[in-house]
Design a protein around this ligand. Sequence first.
Ligand SMILES: [Zn+2]
Length: 302
Amino acid sequence: MGLFSKKPPCPICGGKIPLILPSKIEDEYICNTCYNKIDMGADQENHLTMQGLREYLAFYEQNQRLKEQFVISERIDFGLWDTKIIFDHRNKLFCMSKNPDKTVFEGQQLKSFTIKEDSTPLFEGSAAGIRRYASTVTERTMAMAPQIAQSAANRRMARTLDRLDDGKVNNSAPVQYFDIPEPFQAFNVELHFDHPYWTVLQCDMDGPRFDNSHPDVNNYLRSYQQSIEEIEKLVAALRTVAFPGAAEQSVGLGPVGMQAAYTTMAPPTDAIEEIKKYKALMEDGIISQQEFEAKKKQLLGI
Ligand SMILES: [Zn+2]
């Protein structure tokens, strides 16, 4: 005990400094209670001085009042790492957590926001207006249908060939995985602030993923549509708390909406060629009639 008890108490509150991995600001140890109150942008936190921490704690106490006043009217789930954003529409507040236990922002502190599909803008918002850009994800996904069908066919073929291989287990054969790159990886959300401790807050919402064993364009587009609905809710909520007067504007959206483009697509002409190939394989006895029929249905999307 002797060694540890020599550590002076927390210079902020006089509390106990933890024995294990105590936190340090400049050259002074501070207690966990004080340290855990720090919630600010990485840039600000990396340059935090003891004086800065004292000033921040005054801000923190003020922010406590907003936390107490917060009534959750909407909660939006980002999926990854359980990240959530909650809104108080009436008091025009929001907080990046599932409860108001982190910094509570006032709507007027939000300067602008952007939501991108990887690096392609989907939404941009500020007091000047909310812009929605046309997305090419649906078209790009549809264009991948032949590739996805081919990938599934290759896997089925590998399995069939394995079965023909005298029942011998071939351990050296590579395992077949679907390795289809998604049209985009994530919705990148960026909130820009006019705030003493936050310049920008970034968070990602994962884009949909193709199923590893049964990749399917329609399933993908259904999950994509669900994500878009979440994103639209987020945009509407940000608008309510920060830019209630902002007009909405669509940029580059044609008369055919996303949903329409998705339901009116004819099977790609490549599919017909693919079916002919499988028919030949069936006639050669390499695949069964059942496998051929399944393939045909899949390629035609029926
Ligand atoms: Zn302390």
